[in-house]
Design a binder for this molecule. Structure first.
Ligand SMILES: *Cc1c(COP(=O)(O)O)cnc(C)c1O
Length: 361
């Protein structure tokens, strides 16, 4: 028997989430963001499944882009942080990658290069997140120099929101206002919306949206929102019970004896741990489904195993299936109990966990 731990990827749910995203913003094109191995879901299989529909794919670096090209993806691919050194411009040219230009250094590399084909550039404004992008004072000059450059073709103007998940926070509108003031007069396509803005801030749609996390199911918003209700979980992280223990009152469980039984109870041992990417920070009470029945983690998560309360499932036995997150247990709930976000849980799933695809078209 092989270890029962795996991440089942529902390809139809992924396609459905992309279509739902497009239905929210039907007049825009969408960059399906598949960086970090499609948020841990497998960039190649999901991009291949979506290739006929995706307006473009977004990745974090040329290595990720080349992996898609090598698997036959011909859609536009955007390097969301541009290139990290000028030597990469050869790959950009050869594989027709689209580069973000967010800094004076990158701008100089582009202007001094001599490609055979013009580059397509996404020029980034820092509208207030203060991570990447040109200051408002430098943005127009950067644009003018690209516009005047004979080997620069299409230019898209972009920015990124810091707090679009906070649906009551006007900060997003302030960033958008600055972006509008600087970018909308320049007669180029514009792009601002990540997933939270796509879900909650339609004013930010522009010409290109850049959805990431929502394609994988979780809503990044700080409250329930009608636009997110049709999203379906794509990953089901699952394992099985490998031992069932009958403990008496006063006995404790696992490293550090974090959990002590208040009365006699049955405890299940599950073949998954932080070595698989399940968060070690998960506190007692973190939800888990045993044979489809909601229960909770008790005791500290160890590298290869964790322990669950079997009280709600009196007939649970070795071999029974466990869902760590998926359609019964929301990954956002697990994230809340572990002081993190779904993004980190997804990208933290380790190589030891096989990704198994269902519903591939
Ligand atoms: C990762 C990323 C996105 C997608 O963000 P989500 O919150 O996952 O939708 C959009 N734009 C840029 C520039 C990014 O780096």
């Amino acid at each position: 028997m092989t270890r029962p731990t795996r991440a089942v990827i529902d390809v139809q749910a992924f396609l459905s989430n992309y279509r739902h995203t497009k239905s929210l913003a039907p007049d825009t094109r969408a960059v399906a963001v598949v960086k970090a191995n499609a948020y841990g879901h497998g960039a190649v299989p999901l991009s291949l499944a979506l290739a006929h529909e995706a307006d473009a794919f977004g990745v974090a670096c040329t290595e990720e882009a080349l992996e898609l090209r090598a698997s036959g993806i011909v859609n536009p691919i955007i390097l969301l942080e541009g290139v990290f050194e000028p030597a990469e411009l050869a790959d950009v040219e050869q594989h027709r990658l689209i580069q973000v230009v967010h800094s004076h250094v990158q701008l100089k590399w582009v202007l001094t290069a001599s490609p055979k084909r013009p580059y397509t550039i996404w020029l980034k404004l820092d509208s207030g997140m203060h991570r990447l992008g040109f200051d408002p004072e430098a943005f127009i000059d950067a644009y003018e120099s690209l516009h005047a450059c004979p080997h620069v073709g299409d230019i898209v103007l972009m920015t990124h929101f810091a707090q679009a998940d906070e649906t009551e926070n006007n900060r997003t509108l302030e960033q958008l206002e600055l972006f509008r003031r600087l970018a909308y007069g320049l007669n180029c396509p514009v792009s601002a919306a990540n997933s939270p803005a796509t879900l909650a801030w339609p004013a930010a749609y522009g010409d290109w949206i850049r959805p990431g996390i929502m394609l994988y199911g979780p809503s990044p918003l700080d409250r329930d929102h009608i636009s997110a209700r049709a999203l379906r979980p794509v990953m089901r992280l699952e394992s099985a019970l490998i031992a069932v223990r009958e403990l008496t009152a006063g006995e404790s469980i696992g490293y550090g004896a974090r959990y002590t039984c208040a009365q006699a109870m049955r405890v299940g041992v599950v073949a998954i741990g932080y070595g698989d990417g399940y968060p070690r920070h998960a506190i007692d009470g973190t939800p888990v489904a045993v044979k489809g029945v909601r229960s909770q983690i008790i005791g500290r998560v160890s590298m290869d195993m964790l322990t669950v309360d079997l009280t709600p499932v009196p007939d649970a036995k070795v071999g029974d299936p466990i869902e760590l997150w998926g359609s019964r247990i929301s990954v956002n709930d697990v994230a809340r109990f572990s002081d993190t976000i779904a993004y980190e849980l997804f990208t933290g799933v380790t190589r030891r966990v096989p990704l198994v695809y269902e519903g591939t078209p």
